[in-house]
Design a protein around this ligand. Structure first.
Ligand SMILES: Nc1ncnc2c1ncn2[C@@H]1O[C@H](COP(=O)(O)OP(=O)(O)OP(=O)(O)O)[C@@H](O)[C@H]1O
Ligand SMILES: [Mg+2]
Length: 326
């Protein structure tokens, strides 16, 4: 196992209250495995990613759990040691690519700088930078360009090439293809696939469920700071267990069918005061229809159980009343 996230909780201490952005989230990623998290905006996906890197921005704080990467707990690790791991063993492509490149400096200088920071000789770094650009199908002369002289897709490919530079064990890509057209999106997914085939594990975050399904080995479904369901992608697509997962899939447009798109009633909750019990219960159709679930879903927090091998779900419809697997 490469990454083991156990009961990770991250809160943001804002002036208007404590935002419980990620609560008791557990999952793992094996070597050369691709896990994708999907979920509505604000469900805590980016916060999980920042939590893994132990880079939660202020006023956020990891308040519980651990992140074991290659046998070491990143939550308790000293900053000096973390710095050596970040960018080298774990790379992250952040959600907003424009914030990852300095608009005032040539992209080549920026790539070289990252390499030199990690101990590569400047001459060697220049050579490597050319190779890197070629590897993502960008002519090497673009090294002398400023970020604004490149297209959005080229910029994103350069950022990914920087993330690939040290052949990290884990690549975290937070919405790397938002705002890019489908062809460019495909080429970026191909790049991630290629990295995976060379041994890198991928943790992708996306809104696009079809994208998640196409490439991943495992998927995780986040809702209001909780991981609702997680496991083998085929098992979840064929047999979604959580009512939220089913609702999310039903609300996804399908080009090939003319079925009506379902809209999940209500809104995601305010994470300063999340609902008691299961955070999805106020919007859950099953809870609404089944009187026997009153006093359970709205009171007790469901535990994540392994409903079938490799398929985990946090919902009172599965397992016994103690949250143990059936
Ligand atoms: N810096 C911050 N300060 C306060 N609250 C924050 C901060 N960053 C995120 N949050 C809150 O934490 C929750 C989770 O946010 P996060 O950015 O992780 O969601 P997300 O799933 O990545 O959303 P999106 O799909 O829009 O990127 C949200 O309720 C958000 O308002
Ligand atoms: Mg995000």
């Amino acid at each position: 196992m490469l990454l083991d996230v156990k009961n990770l909780s991250v809160h943001y201490y804002t002036l208007s209250g404590v935002v419980r952005a990620v609560e008791n989230v557990s999952f793992h990623i094996n070597e050369s495995e691709w896990l994708t998290f999907v979920g509505e905006s604000g469900s805590g996906k980016s916060t999980v990613a920042h939590g893994i890197m132990n880079l939660v921005p202020s006023p956020g704080k990891i308040v519980g759990g651990h992140v074991i990467f290659d046998g070491k707990n990143l939550v308790t690790m000293k900053n000096e040691e973390l710095k050596k791991i970040r960018g080298k063993e774990i790379s992250m492509v952040f959600q907003d690519p424009m914030t990852s490149l300095d608009p005032l400096r040539k992209v080549g200088d920026q790539i070289v700088e990252v390499m030199v920071e990690h101990g590569v000789e400047p001459e060697e770094a220049k050579k490597n930078a050319k190779e890197l650009l070629k590897s993502v199908n960008i002519p090497p002369d673009r090294l002398t360009y400023y970020p604004h002289q490149l297209s959005g897709g080229q910029r994103q490919r350069i950022i990914i090439s920087m993330a690939m530079a040290f052949r990290p064990k884990l690549l975290i890509a937070d919405e790397p293809t938002t705002a890019l057209d489908v062809l460019v999106q495909d080429s970026i997914m191909d790049l991630l696939d290629e990295m995976k085939s060379q041994g890198t594990s991928i943790f992708l975050i996306t809104h696009d469920i079809s994208l998640a399904v196409e490439r991943s080995d495992k998927i995780g479904i986040m809702y209001a700071g909780k991981l609702m369901e997680y496991g083998d992608v085929d098992a979840i697509i064929e047999n979604p267990l959580h009512p939220y997962t089913s609702a999310l899939f039903a609300s996804t447009p399908d080009l090939w069918s003319d079925k009506k798109i379902y809209a999940i009633p209500g809104y995601p909750p305010d994470l300063r005061e999340p609902p008691s019990g299961c955070r999805f219960h106020p919007r859950c159709q099953v809870f609404k229809e089944r009187k026997d679930l009153k006093g359970i879903c709205n009171v007790k927090e469901p535990k994540m159980i392994e409903a079938e091998p490799g398929h985990f779900v946090a919902c009172h419809l599965y397992g016994d009343e103690n949250g143990n697997s059936a």
